[in-house]
Ligand binder design. Sequence first.
Ligand code: ZN
Length: 255
Amino acid sequence: MRVLVLSDIHGNLEALTAVLDAAGQWDALWNLGDLVGYGASPNQVVDLIRPLAALTVRGNHDRICCGLTPTRNFNPLARASAKWTMQELSTENLEWLRALPQGPLAPEPHSADEARVTLAHGSPLHEDHYIHNMRDAWAPLQQMATAITFVGHTHIQCGFAQKEHDWHDLRPRYPSRVGSQIWRLPIAAGVRYLINPGSVGQPRDADWRAAFAIYDSVACEVVFHRVPYDIATAQERVQRARLPKRLAVRLREGR
Ligand code: ZN
């Protein structure tokens, strides 16, 4: 089975459409949350993802933008965009976001011999915790029932692998930041993985291109992708919506 794994779209319609165009054929789409917040197209993003995603885990921005959690713990930039998003979202999309399940989720395998995986927005042990480094990754790597867990939340495309006393970080390496590029990660038997596909709509690893991953359970690999998108239009929309200017600028910086 070929699965398109997306996270942290953040209301960026231009990035999402570029990703869907670049992804080719897939059998299922798993969405790791934060569809909205920051970007200027929350309704368009939710409308596009709803019929496509087999599973969506809620993210912290999804929760806050639909009123499930107060905005007080957000920084001023995130708070301003959450308030704007809440007013912008249609009633139907607000209700859909409110009903999103909390992670971790376990999608049903397509066949009996297919490995089970776990999906979460933040850490599978706590939905709001970030997994930035091996220290953060260690406990979930030990405790998850499945060998592979997909997570988002940090907006940084990466992974962590562990087999007994052997452990390492996985950082996709691309020859440049121009055009579309991929980086293949073979999934080895007996190794446990935490894998972050990166952020579609607001990458923070100094690479502005939209990030996503394809998990191929038959070929036993995860292919990380970076694709350019129409960033000028996404920035223009942020400015036309009168969202803070920084939200447009940071897209180009990849921060
Ligand atoms: Zn996010």
